[in-house]
Each structure stands twice: as C-alpha cells, then as structure tokens.
Write a protein that binds this ligand. Structure first.
Ligand SMILES: [Zn+2]
Length: 161
C-alpha cells in the first residue's frame, strides 16, 4: 500500500453512489509517461488530462498514477486534482489541489482523501493551496472532487485500475 506520508483519515467508504454528477463532466485525455513510484520505486504509469463541464469550461486538471500489473488491493492508485477556475484571467489563487487514493480492501474499492501537501502536485505553479482531508471533507470541493474522480475513472480508457 502506497501511503506516501499522507494521512489515512475519513474513509469514504465504498465507492458506491458517488457518481451522481459523472454525466456532467467531459474528460479530455492529454499526456502520459512511465516513471518510478514515489513510495516504492515500482514502475508506475502516469496519465493526465483535463475535465470540462459538459460543453463548457474546464473545471480541473487530473493526474493519475498506478502500477500496471498490480491490483488495487496490492498497490493503490493516486489521483491528484487541481480544481478551480481555469482560462483567461484566472490564477493559481483560484485553484486548489486535492489528492485522492483509490484502493481496494476486503473486496471493496474505496476512495480516500490524502494530504495534497505531501504530493508533488503541491509544488505545481498552477496550484494555490494544497488541501488536506480536513479541508476537503464536508466542503463543496469534496463533491466536486469525487464527481471528477468518477468521470475520469469511467471516461479515461487508459486507466486500468
Ligand atoms: Zn509504490
């Protein structure tokens, strides 16, 4: 399990029922690369792209990393999001980083919020503030982040998780 110094708090439970807003999002796949996992050095794949509201503005950038050939129960996948306002006239101050861990335990898949401050995404110049679990859970950004998560997992066919 790849925890990366993040805090495993506020288990989101099984992944069921989060996807209420998935149809509102359009996922646009962009680049991909291979590299070494930040926690264990395993060969991990990274993909990224952007998410739009259907037919409208961009709402997030996403970066997903996982270890091909390892089930989620063996090695969690990570999804780092930059959520907020994009496009002309917007700046990093209008965007936040949210980091999700996608894992499987006892046959149940789950999505948890980990501390984005401990992820590389925190240093991305496009990010204003990197949020931790306590900032995310119970705030509107949680619903957005989980909706985007669902959209990416269901629409980006490159992800094998
Ligand atoms: Zn690892």
């Amino acid at each position: 399990m790849c925890v990366l110094g993040g805090v495993w708090v506020k288990v989101f439970g099984t992944h069921k029922g989060i996807g209420m807003t998935v149809e509102n999002y359009e996922v646009e796949a962009l680049g991909q690369t291979m590299g070494a996992c930040e926690c264990c050095g395993a060969a991990r794949r990274a993909i990224w792209g952007v998410v739009h509201l259907a037919g409208a503005e961009t709402v997030a950038s996403y970066f997903v990393t996982w270890v091909p050939g390892k089930a989620l129960a063996e090695h969690a996948a990570h999804m780092d999001l930059i959520v907020g306002a994009w496009g002309e006239g917007t700046g990093a101050a209008e965007r936040v980083a949210v980091s999700l861990v996608y894992s499987e335990e006892a046959g149940a898949r789950r999505v948890q919020v980990t501390d984005a401050a401990n992820r590389k995404i925190a240093k991305n110049p496009l990010v204003g503030v990197a949020l931790g679990p306590d900032d995310v859970m119970g705030s509107p950004v949680a619903k957005t982040a989980f909706g985007i998560f669902d959209a990416v997992v269901s629409q980006d066919a490159r992800f094998e998780g």
